[in-house]
Design a protein around this ligand. Structure first.
Ligand SMILES: Cc1cc2nc3c(=O)[nH]c(=O)nc-3n(C[C@H](O)[C@H](O)[C@H](O)COP(=O)(O)OP(=O)(O)OC[C@H]3O[C@@H](n4cnc5c(N)ncnc54)[C@H](O)[C@@H]3O)c2cc1C
Length: 411
């Protein structure tokens, strides 16, 4: 009789594992606590699902053991992912910046084809099945909240991390495997908006611009990114902010001096902005400072910037000294804020940290502590930057866990 594999968690990695495990001929049961699978997948990429990236560079993925990540990605990377989904019916669309979406630009298409394939391959999908305990006798016994128990030869844990807990991933998966010896390292939200110190945010809430955001830890530049930025009533948001949030949160929580510098004049050096301002002010010397910046930067930023520079808003721009114009150019190309926190798990798109990968074999995704137990997806200590890297990890690790759980000899 074929072996039975139970997969706990019907997200991206769980469905990927289920299909690939079923391809091996194993009997597969997928247990999902929600009343349907793939709730978070529907929310990805603003409902469009950025499922991989043309530029699959390894430094876009993070975790304590980078070799572990590389080994897994070598076996099933971007090209295999594109092939896999094309066979299921997903035509890829590259928006030009490397991000790949289904050509329908609908996350629901991804979920539809995964569900269809699970059904075609005979995967038994049990929804409303909240797993509360995993024990091992001869086989694995998986106990549900309802009191029911399911027996399986193998288990794959794909319960996700802690980001977006309303989707069902609230970190409970970590405690399921703790009694089996698997522990996590430090877990923090990542790809999330940052709270900044200061009293000006009510005033500039809603101001959008294209700019550069750079992270400075203990005075040293660490990471930067460029794109749409939004000031909010708590601080700052937008893709470049999400990209630097992982390192910012870890540093801020460790008590290090953590600052962001925001360039609101897109892609211009301080020197260029200084020369431009000096010429601009020479051409309209009688204008007040408050009026002299209209048309150059967002109107709502003018007064907070003048206040930050300790200048008098009614001063004529023609009377500004070079050092004052220089300070203004400095601020416009690198407005500095101290990071005070983040918007938390409810807003985070992924989890930094997770189950220690040193206890998992990267050739198979099998536990090194308990044979027959496998892992995939965000539950592990692997997370990616924005751009399709988190889902790519879910597909890569899900594929390998499903294949191995269905084919490895029973020990
Ligand atoms: C708003 C948002 C947008 C995102 N956009 C993108 C994007 O465009 N591209 C990208 O690459 N990444 C994106 N991500 C990240 C990506 O969605 C995740 O990294 C990925 O879905 C993780 O897959 P997973 O299978 O490991 O976990 P999940 O998708 O979180 O699935 C885990 C599943 O396990 C279930 N579960 C948990 N505990 C139990 C239990 N005890 N019993 C039974 N079931 C359980 C949960 O209900 C859930 O369905 C986004 C994330 C968010 C929140």
């Amino acid at each position: 009789m074929s072996i039975k594999v139970a997969i706990i968690g019907g997200g991206a990695s769980g469905m990927m594992a289920a299909i690939n495990c079923a391809y091996t001929g194993a009997r597969v049961v997928l247990l999902e606590r929600n009343d349907r699978v793939g709730k978070k997948l529907l929310a990805t990429g603003n409902g469009r699902c950025n499922y991989t990236n043309e530029n699959m560079r390894m430094d876009f993925l993070h975790g304590e053991d980078h070799q572990f990540i590389e080994k897994v990605m070598e076996k099933f990377g971007r090209d295999q992912t594109l092939d896999f989904f094309e066979k299921l019916g997903i035509t890829p669309a590259n928006e030009g910046d490397g991000k790949i979406f289904p050509l329908s630009f609908q996350s629901s298409s991804m979920l539809d084809v995964l569900r269809y394939e699970m059904e075609r391959m005979g995967v038994e999908v049990l929804t409303d099945s909240y797993v509360v305990e995993i024990t091992r006798r001869k086989n694995f016994i998986i106990r549900l909240k309802t009191g029911e128990a399911i027996e399986a030869h193998r288990v794959i844990l794909t319960t996700g991390g802690k980001a977006m807990p309303v989707s069902g991933s609230d970190g409970n998966g970590y405690s399921l495997v703790k009694p089996l010896g698997h522990v996590t390292n430090r877990i923090t939200p990542a790809l999330v908006q940052l709270k900044l110190k200061g009293d000006k945010f009510k005033q500039i809430n809603g101001v959008r611009f294209v700019g550069r955001v750079s992270l400075h830890i203990d005075g040293k530049p660490v990471k930067e990114d460029f794109g749409d930025v939004l000031f909010t009533d708590y601080g700052i948001s937008g893709p470049p902010v999400l990209q630097i949030s992982r390192e910012a949160i870890r540093a801020q929580e460790a008590g290090r001096d953590t600052r962001v510098k925001v360039s609101i004049i897109s892609e211009k050096s301080k020197e260029v902005v200084f020369s431009y301002l000096r010429e601009r002010f020479e051409n309209m010397p009688e204008r007040t400072l408050e009026f002299g910046l209209i048309g150059f930067i967002n109107k709502r930023l003018i007064l907070p910037i003048i206040k930050e520079l300790n200048l008098d808003k009614s001063k004529a721009v023609g009377s500004l000294e070079n050092r004052e114009i220089s300070a203004m150019a400095d601020l416009l190309t690198g407005w500095e804020f101290q990071v005070a926190g983040n918007k938390g798990w409810g807003q985070a798109q992924t989890t930094a940290g997770g189950i220690l990968t040193r206890d998992v074999d990267p050739d198979t995704m099998e536990s090194r502590l308990l044979k027959g137990l496998f892992f995939a997806g965000e539950v592990l200590d692997v997370d990616g930057d924005c751009g399709g890297y988190n889902l790519q990890w879910a597909w890569s690790s899900g594929y390998l866990a499903g294949l191995s759980a269905g084919t490895l000899p029973v020990s």
